[in-house]
Write a protein that binds this ligand. Structure first.
Ligand code: TXE
Length: 501
């Protein structure tokens, strides 16, 4: 019998059900079995959560804690997440269908994010401005931005939440977390941990439910000061438009079409192996997936044939399948979207070298499995090169020169990540500088660190997560000027003195 969590909204320090009693069934992407049942919030519940966050912030209770106190809280949360990591990884794996081992890696990353921000909280946040006048004390101070709506996706539910929650807490904000309606379980676990760690009532609130019903009000309500969103481009644009009505701050991470450029002088064995991981890890449901392979013409056949052979050999399976190398897509709707994307690519002239359809393997028939797919002969004019599939689909383009590789790599509305493979370090540096993407890997693909900023150029988003900039998103900057020896300004003639003359 799956665990039920029907009082799964956390509002003003209380667990409760939806105001109209609604619930949602979470079904496994692996075999459609029931994973859990959770509360499905209403717009009224979202409003209640905003009210709780607003009241807690305006009371000044949490925001007046010292940086050191908030840092200790976030470190305690990291400790408790470490204690519960195995259990939470199982929950994450159940909702997403990803293998438990991948969820274990995610949890380790989540803990490192909380630890990083706990440490960063202890650094100096205020700045003295030397104005050249000893009577003046001028300082720039950092204060919490206020009430934040944190809206997350389904591919890395807890990891993406941690990139928002940890800096928001360190900054002293109050927030409402809304995970994807498809993957709520790890957010429920995080709330329990934050509560146990001693997060004050009303600071951390959780609402679960559909984007249009529960997410949208968080982005339009004037009581919310900032929206931090990770998800699709269309939703990001809608959120930005809505948030503009109340001039909220927005931080957006909207995915990418990430070029993976292989030059003929690269270590091809490493480049080919990493190209396979870059695009097929988590069945391509990764915002920084290396979905666009740009390969120098002289090595095209060898590289592409090798990748296609590797793609055909990938073993897919559910969370508990120890022999599996990757898992299912998140939902039937997403499987439909990826299938249509490939159909359109073939209609536009792409050449299918591997995969291309839903898996017909008997053991995968009840799940949303799509075969690792390689499409050759692609051009930037084709929609498969421009649009995100968010599935296990690699498009291949060929180039003849460094300049062409750069031009192709930048010929996208997105700008999240990219990689360059070459043994020529000068060429690598030139290409890395010329690519308009937020992260560039040289002779590698995929690593990121809590200490280093993550985010996109162009349509991949606004702002940065992780690193010091990931904290700055949650801070307002205030300049305080103190004159220790007040004096008349003497700018205007004193009218009283003039009259008395
Ligand atoms: O995402 P949505 P979807 C991309 C990927 C995918 C596409 C659509 O290409 O195929 O987005 O995926 C909430 N106001 N990425 O439809 O809609 C929603 O409930 C406020 C890239 O699942 O963007 C969920 O919590 N919130 C990506 C969150 O937004 C709203 C990761 C994301 O859902 C809302 C996932 C609204 N009007 C998908 N509508 C990445 N950048 O990593 C929805 N939501």
């Amino acid at each position: 019998m799956p665990a039920q969590s029907v009082n799964s909204l956390f509002i003003d320090g209380q667990w409760r059900g939806a105001s109209d009693g609604s619930t949602r069934e979470i079904r496994s992407p692996h075999d459609s079995s029931l994973v859990t049942k959770v509360s499905e919030a209403t717009a009224q519940d979202a409003s209640d959560a905003i009210a709780a966050a607003r009241a807690s912030f305006d009371s000044g209770l949490f925001s007046s804690w010292s940086w050191a106190q908030r840092s200790a809280l976030v470190a305690r949360i990291a400790d408790l997440l470490e204690r519960d990591a195995e259990k939470i990884a199982m929950l994450e794996s159940g909702d997403t269908g990803k293998r438990v081992i991948e969820a274990d890696y995610d949890l380790a990353d989540v803990i490192s994010v909380f630890r990083y921000y706990a440490g960063l909280g202890l650094s100096e946040h205020d700045r003295v401005v030397h104005v050249g006048d000893e009577r003046i004390d001028s300082r720039v101070v950092s204060e919490p931005v206020g009430v934040c709506a944190l809206i997350g996706p389904w591919n890395y539910p807890l990891l993406q939440a941690s990139w928002k929650v940890a800096p928001a807490l360190i900054a002293g904000c109050s927030f409402i977390l809304k995970p994807s309606e498809l993957t709520p379980s790890s957010a429920i676990a995080l709330m329990k941990v934050m509560d146990e760690a001693g997060t004050p009532k009303g600071v951390a609130n959780l609402v679960l439910g559909a984007g249009a019903v529960v997410g949208a009000p968080l982005t339009s309500d004037k009581r919310v000061d900032l929206v931090s969103f990770t998800g699709g481009l269309a939703t990001g644009k809608a959120i930005m438009a809505t948030a503009s009505q109340t001039v909220k701050k927005v931080a957006l991470e909207l995915g990418g079409k990430n070029p993976n450029i292989i030059f003929a002088d690269a270590d091809l064995e490493a480049a080919i192996d990493n190209a396979v991981t870059a695009v097929f890890l988590h069945s391509g449901q990764v915002c920084s997936a290396g979905t666009r392979l740009l390969v120098e013409r002289s090595i095209h056949d060898h590289v592409v044939e090798s990748i296609a052979a590797r793609a055909n050999a990938i073993r897919m399976g559910g969370p508990a399948d120890l022999t599996a190398e990757t898992g299912p897509l998140i939902s039937q709707a997403h499987l439909g979207k990826v299938s249509l994307y490939v159909e359109k690519a073939l209609a536009e002239g792409a050449q299918l070298l591997a995969g291309g359809k839903r898996s017909t393997h008997e053991s995968l028939a009840k799940g949303w499995y799509f075969e690792p797919t390689v499409l050759d002969n692609c051009r930037t004019s084709m929609s498969c090169v421009q649009d995100e599939s968010f599935g296990p689909v690699l498009t291949v383009e060929t180039f003849d020169s460094e300049a062409e590789a750069i031009a192709l790599g930048n010929d996208t509305i997105y700008g999240l990540a990219g990689a360059v493979w070459t043994s020529d370090s000068d060429k690598a540096a030139r290409v890395a500088k010329a690519l308009r993407h937020g992260t560039i890997w040289i002779n590698d693909f995929g690593p990121y660190k809590a200490q280093a900023e993550w985010g996109g150029f162009k349509a991949s988003g606004i702002g940065r997560e992780l690193g010091p900039s990931g904290l700055h998103e949650y801070l307002e900057i205030k300049h305080i000027w103190t004159n220790t020896s007040p004096a008349r300004s003497g700018w205007f003639e004193d009218s009283l003195e003039r009259e008395s003359k």
